[in-house]
Design a protein around this ligand. Structure first.
Ligand SMILES: [Cu+2]
Length: 261
């Protein structure tokens, strides 16, 4: 009897899986894989992300350092949530929304994507990684770090739910490889559960058309197939802005975003 019941359950499971797999609704289409290839006479999108007006009063948060002062420093750590220099809003991500095909992913510097914990800081503060393996490095002798890497769901709706992808303690100097596997959102926040002043941000989109702006707020997305796109800029404090752009074969189109508090 038990055996028979199990069989029925398995058969039902298979039927359900087949049924769901056969559905080709809008949700399915949105999940379509990105197609990598050669881009013939692609164009580029260039621009600058700037900040206008007064900074929010909590642009820089000061948090008392209560642990590992010999490595983390003494007194207060300044967490720069809003980093503006000469009008450039640093730490902003710029990406093409839902592009389905185009250039191949480039190799990361040094051959692998890395998050480094050094001097009790995540380095870099903001970066784009390809979904997949990422190396988490502890460079702080004698310091336990505990990275918590969370997918930020609902950023564009203004109501964020955080879902942990991985969260582990790293008591020793060295590397641990983990996988970045976003389910619903490419936006990611990282923090250290051992040091309440360590933060960072990442994007892990399905395609390689995403960058973090340079120190002067500028960005370039190159090898973009000619076409019409929605370009988006994400700043973790201010959310997402968007613009329509048309890329012409071999051409360069300008796109600038202005944020304010
Ligand atoms: Cu830490």
């Amino acid at each position: 009897m038990t055996f028979g019941k199990q069989l029925t359950a398995v058969a039902l499971g298979a039927l359900l899986a087949a049924g769901l797999g056969g559905l080709a609704g809008p949700a399915e289409a949105a999940k379509a894989k990105y197609k990598e290839g050669k881009v013939a006479s692609g164009g580029s999108i260039k621009g600058k992300i700037s900040f206008e007006g007064a900074l929010p009063v909590d642009a820089i948060e000061k948090i008392l350092i209560t642990k590992n002062p010999e490595v983390c420093g003494t007194g207060e750590r300044e967490v720069v949530w809003v980093d503006v220099k000469d009008g450039a809003l640093r730490g902003t991500f710029v990406f093409i929304d839902k592009i389905k095909q185009g250039k191949k992913w480039g190799k990361p510097k040094g051959g692998k994507f890395m998050i480094v914990q050094k001097g009790c800081r995540f380095t870099p503060w903001a970066q784009v990684v390809r979904p997949g393996p990422v190396t988490i490095r502890n460079s702080d002798e004698g310091v336990l770090h505990n990275i918590n890497t969370r997918e930020l769901i609902g950023v564009e709706k203004g109501r964020v739910v955080k879902r942990t992808m991985f969260n582990f303690g790293q008591p020793k100097v060295g590397d641990i490889t983990e996988k970045i596997k976003p389910r619903r959102s490419a936006f990611i926040g990282i923090n250290c559960e051992a040091h309440n002043f360590m933060f960072g941000f990442m994007m892990a989109p399905k395609h390689p058309y995403a960058v973090v702006v340079g120190d002067d707020g500028s960005f370039t997305l190159d090898n973009v197939p000619a076409g019409k796109y929605t370009l988006k800029a994400w700043h973790p404090r201010f959310g997402v802005k968007k613009a329509k752009v048309t890329v012409k074969a071999g051409g360069a189109v300008d796109a600038n975003f202005k944020f304010s508090k």
